[in-house]
Design a protein around this ligand. Structure first.
Ligand code: ADP
Length: 421
């Protein structure tokens, strides 16, 4: 498995593990909250029983409601019961708040049979299915009524209540987890990018060393010939040295030129020129190479008289690079087409070949610095992986872009798009 996949698996497993641990913490938290709640309610039950044990205003009123005795008040029985349920509700609320219980509750005051005497004001049901804490009333009220009286305190869906209490912890927990995930993904992407850049850079250095070795070797050989053998044709050897030195200079210049261009990062030496003329010039130079190599070369130039404000030299180099690639990567019978059309304030300079083509997954990468497609017989073709990166850079400096249409085995068409005046 590749390092990237291993890292992704480790990361996903860690996040899932963290989520599981969080879930277990939540469960433990809920259990503890339930235990704590039970303890508080045990105290509420004791206090409530004590509060209703003796005769006082509340127990007196409750007594009248239970025994349905309206003789003491100048009120209807309904009003007495209504007032009782309100007073009892207020009293219970006060006791619970005192013990730190503030979740929604209901109550029922009943005897040990099925007779219900009182419910909370505006009672609409729903509390019976949850938890219930019965208060067995002693003293004044059972004695008055001659019955076993039970005041049941009822709660529905306590888990939702506990979770709402823990919200202050759950939300930051989720937020921090998301931040950790985001930062990790970001760091991982950077790390993987660096790694691939490193391997691509190493490949470039290998290529460059290889390319530099050949002329250096030839020059070494020629120099030895000159110093060791007397009867060599000096002119011929000097010619070899000259050609190889030119090659060496060319390699060094290409690397340095791109580096300095990237460093400056802005369009220097801009001028207005005729794009059509530039295309003619490039085409003229390429025609020589094409006929030498037996390559069919066609030009469609619609840009004569069209002006561009830019860096003529660099733009020419960019088109040259595209043509050179088309030449390098074309297949028999070799065909290369250079076209230039103008539409909607933009010039489209296209270079098409009938070459090896480029697979979909490689199409974005080939514009990266030093990148070369490393499959098939492409290794036979020399290069540093700098050309297309340079073309893209130049397009960018002209506020334009490069696009590519290609399929393996079917050839490629690169289009350089730049604004015209
Ligand atoms: P170089 O040609 O020096 O390797 P480039 O940056 O010009 O570098 O191109 C990058 C890679 O893109 C090449 O190595 C090659 O695999 C691929 N490529 C470029 N142009 C073509 C083309 N016309 N047809 C097929 N593949 C191409």
């Amino acid at each position: 498995m590749r390092l990237r996949n291993i890292l992704i698996v480790i990361f996903i497993v860690s996040v899932l593990g963290l989520l599981y641990v969080q879930y277990q913490y939540l469960r433990v938290g809920l259990n503890l909250a339930a235990v704590q709640f039970d303890e508080k309610m045990a105290e509420v039950v004791i206090d409530t029983e004590e509060g209703l044990h003796h005769e006082n205003k509340l127990s007196f009123l409750l007594g009248k409601a239970i025994t349905r005795d309206d003789s003491y008040f100048s009120l209807s029985l309904d009003s007495v019961q209504d007032a009782s349920s309100h007073f009892l509700d207020d009293y219970l609320k006060e006791v619970m708040v005192r013990h730190g219980v503030n979740s929604a509750y209901g109550y029922v005051l009943r005897n040990s049979d099925t007779t219900t005497y009182l419910r909370p004001p505006g009672y609409s049901g729903g509390y019976e299915k949850g938890l219930s804490y019965p208060v067995r009333l002693q003293g004044y009220l059972p004695e008055l009524t001659g019955e076993n009286l039970i005041l049941e305190l009822q709660f529905e869906n306590l888990n939702a209540y506990f979770i709402s209490q823990l919200r202050g912890l759950i939300l930051p927990g989720i937020l921090f987890l998301l931040v950790i995930v985001g930062v990790t993904v970001w760091v991982m992407r950077g790390f993987l990018k660096q790694r691939s850049l490193l391997s691509v850079t190493n490949e470039f250095i290998n290529n460059l060393t290889h390319e530099l070795k050949t002329p250096v070797f030839s020059i070494g050989l020629a120099t030895r010939l000159l110093t060791e053998k007397k009867d060599v044709d000096k002119q011929e050897v000097a010619e070899i040295i000259k050609v190889q030195l030119e090659k060496l200079k060319g390699h060094i210049e290409r690397v340095l030129e791109l580096a300095s261009l990237e460093e400056k990062g802005e369009v220097l030496g801009k001028s207005v020129f005729d794009l059509g003329e530039l295309i003619m010039e490039v085409a003229g130079e390429f025609e020589g190479v094409a006929s030498l190599e037996g390559l069919a070369f066609t030009v469609h130039n619609e840009a004569l008289g069209v002006e561009v404000n830019g860096m003529r030299g660099h733009l020419k180099n960019a088109v040259d690079t595209l043509l050179d690639n088309a030449r390098k990567y074309s297949k028999d019978p070799r065909k290369v087409t250079l076209g230039c059309t103008v539409k909607g304030g933009k010039a489209f300079i296209s270079v098409a070949d009938n070459g090896v083509g480029i697979a979909e997954e490689e199409q974005k990468k080939i514009f990266n610095k030093y990148y070369r497609v490393s499959s098939g017989d492409l290794h036979n073709v020399k290069g540093f992986g700098l050309g297309l990166h340079y073309v893209k850079h130049i397009a960018g400096l002209h506020r334009g872009r490069v696009s590519l249409h290609s399929a393996p085995g079917k050839g490629s068409e690169f289009t350089l798009q730049i604004p015209v005046r």
